[in-house]
Write a protein that binds this ligand. Structure first.
Ligand code: WTA
Length: 660
């Protein structure tokens, strides 16, 4: 694709140490290459071997991969298993009952440790409670909870009874929550009285009440409320029940409900380039297999590791690398509530020190904000803490710029910890392209090579292979076990969004641009090629924000674009045309603020535009199409050098070029 140009000229390479090559699960490039070869020569045999080594089926599967109805691929068909049993019962049977599963640290610093046996007991009680409320296999349950042992347990409890969960991030608004409750047809909602972030108590239960009052959520029979702060919240008789009141009286034995390999374990909503957020549906067996394999391959998880993924359970990273992956491999992990900057910007480093974390997995946006914070305050600099327990670090969610990578490597990892820059998506279920510690030479800013069995490639607009060195569209050529199965309730949209006809209909379209290095073949991700923004590692569809703005009675039209931002990666800039006159000066400032809050209330604070500009019109082609590339330049403050001959109203560029 000629429009994508690679800008990376990174030449620094970090070879794996001899120690790492010796000790890693996949040590050395030879071992990596052998696995890739195995996958290429006997694709199904490769996955069958790995499934046999990792999954516990109650009933064996008949077929590894059913490709009879592409792109609706099915894995391990005919098999039956339970994901929660594969995470808890299996490990307890193997002697890990007294091993700590979760080290939970609350916003205020209180620490709770939970062993595998204790977690199973907790999960079973909640599962029995759900059954008592009439929740059955196949029902959907929405989880709108803070980071907590209870949040993880609620997810596992759903898995235990075969209910499909859909976790909604606690920062989303009542409207966004209602959309998801309605779309899933959930029968129950888990929430908490409040959540605590950075010392502040924020509402949750009252937002659920508001969401349910918006209508369309009639299937919800119960709201289960975890008492986080003990705040007084309204409880509706017959509908609302406290989690402890429901669970405490239950038996701590709950036989796991066996489900089909393809049974939807969860639905997780994510933003796309068009329309409403998509309910990404994941399977049971294939998803769990990849969660386990990536824990072993990418994170080289070992029995004595203390693993810490800083994500929230509201995102895919929290699903795969908190609730399922670490538990399925019997690891000890840290779960934290709060923000990286409270009580101060040393929170991460202090927690690594306190709990002797060995593997640390976080997002570039957090790293960037902590770099900034410690510039002016040596006390919160990572080198002011004992981080010697660390042996491996990871990055996820957005491209990590090479300088942030170098800082992370030097100051957090003490130049001895490999960094795995993991490229993946809500839709892929787990890592896709990432270095393997002990094998892959690291290059700052590059996610390097696809995992064994992942047939990633860079192609042109019609799906033709591009040579290394030429930027293009990132695709995956063969199915993999943890791939998205469908968009909940919209199979057609699934097919069109991810296997578009333009590319031939059989390539998985990630939505990102990428380029491969001419020599090493390493992949570098060049960002989204669709109208999806990545703000602080969170995906936001420009359409979603535009729809929200236009829903305001004062707004006639809106166009939203991204602009590079030092801290958040991308920042949201909205160009707005009002029904009435274009406001300027103080009136403009005030209205911009109101509209920002409007979007915050409608979708959630993460969707608030950083800047709003008002115009009498938007730059459009003669056929009426908004010229977004021009808006992107204007948002960046660039002078327009592009061809504007197709523009109907060139004068508008001056007006939109300046901040209010
Ligand atoms: C981006 C998060 C560069 C990418 C797991 C992708 C990345 C989107 C990386 C998915 C990375 C994620 N390097 N870009 N290591 N990881 N992305 O669904 O644009 O929230 O398509 O999943 O984040 O975001 P999602």
């Amino acid at each position: 694709m000629s429009s994508i140009e690679s800008v990376s000229h990174e030449t620094r390479v970090f070879e794996p140490s001899a120690d790492w090559q010796r000790s890693a699960a996949i040590g050395g490039m030879d071992a990596y290459n052998a696995l890739c070869k195995e996958a290429e020569t006997d694709f199904e045999g490769f996955w069958a071997r790995l499934a046999k080594e990792n999954l516990q089926f109650a009933k064996d599967y008949d077929k590894v991969l059913d490709e009879s109805n592409p792109p609706f691929y099915k894995w391990f068909t005919g098999g039956e298993l339970n994901v929660s049993a594969n995470c808890l019962d299996k490990n307890i049977a193997a002697g890990l009952g007294d091993k700590v599963a979760l080290i939970f640290e609350a916003d205020g610093g209180e620490v709770t440790k939970v062993t595998y046996s204790e977690l199973l007991s907790k999960v079973s009680k909640i599962a029995n409670g759900l059954k008592g409320l009439g929740v059955k296999k196949g029902d959907r349950v929405v989880i709108y909870m803070p980071m907590s042992v209870e949040g993880v347990a609620a997810m596992q409890a759903c898995a235990r009874i075969g209910a499909t969960h859909s976790v909604v991030f606690g920062g989303f608004s009542a409207k966004a929550l209602q959309d998801r409750i309605q779309d899933t047809g959930a029968v129950a909602v888990f929430t908490a009285d409040q959540q605590v972030r950075g010392g502040k108590q924020l509402p949750l239960k009252s937002i659920v009440d508001e969401a349910l009052s918006l209508g369309g959520c009639e299937a919800v029979k119960n709201v289960i409320v975890y008492k986080r702060t003990g705040a007084d919240v309204a409880m509706q008789a017959g509908r609302d029940v406290y989690m402890h009141a429901l669970a405490d009286k239950q038996s701590d034995v709950c036989a796991p409900e066996m489900v089909d390999s393809e049974h939807p374990l969860f639905i997780l909503y994510t933003s796309g380039s068009t329309g409403k957020p998509k309910g990404v549906q994941h399977s049971s067996a294939g998803y769990l297999l990849w969660a386990m394999l990536t824990m072993k391959w990418t994170f080289d998880i070992k029995p004595n590791d203390v693993f810490w993924c800083t994500a929230d359970i509201g995102w895919i990273t929290g699903h795969t690398y908190i609730t399922y992956g670490p538990l399925a491999v019997g690891a000890t992990q840290i779960v934290f509530e709060g923000v990286p900057t409270y009580p101060n910007a040393g929170r991460f480093w202090e927690m690594i020190q306190r709990h002797s974390a060995t593997i640390f997995y976080t997002a570039p946006t957090a790293i960037r904000s902590l770099i900034k914070a410690c510039e002016s305050d040596q006390k919160v600099h990572p080198t002011s803490y004992d981080l010697s327990s660390l042996r491996l670090m990871g990055s996820v969610g957005e491209p990590i710029n090479p300088e942030a990578w170098m800082w992370y490597h030097k100051n957090v990892g003490g130049e001895k910890c490999p960094i795995v820059d993991t490229f993946w998506q809500t839709e892929t279920g787990g890592h896709m392209i990432t270095p393997l510690p002990g094998a892959t030479p690291l290059v700052p800013g590059s996610c390097t090579l696809p995992l064994p069995g992942i047939m990633a490639a860079v192609v042109d607009e019609v799906g033709g292979d591009l040579p290394n060195g030429q930027g293009g569209i990132l695709v995956v050529k063969r199915p993999w076990p943890s791939m998205i199965r469908t968009i909940w309730g919209d199979a057609d949209r699934f097919k069109k969004s991810y296997f578009p006809e333009e590319l031939g209909g059989n390539l998985y379209l990630a939505g990102d641009g990428a380029v491969r290095d001419k020599v090493s073949g390493n992949f570098t991700i060049m960002g989204r090629i669709d109208d999806v923004l990545n703000v602080s590692g969170h995906r936001m569809g420009t359409m979603e924000i535009e729809s929200s703005l236009v829903a305001n009675e004062l707004v006639a039209e809106a166009a939203v674009v991204g602009r590079p931002d030092d801290l958040t990666g991308e920042a949201i800039v909205a160009f707005v045309v009002l029904k009435g006159d274009r406001p300027t000066g103080e009136a403009g400032q005030k209205l911009a603020m109101d509209l920002r809050n409007w979007v915050g209330k409608d979708i959630g604070p993460i969707a608030k535009p950083k800047e709003i500009r008002f115009g009498d019109n938007l730059p459009k082609t003669r056929s009426g199409k908004i010229m977004r590339r021009l808006l992107r330049s204007l948002a960046k403050g660039e002078t327009i050098t592009q061809d504007t001959s197709t523009l109907e109203n060139p004068a508008i560029l001056d007006q939109l070029g300046k901040p209010i």
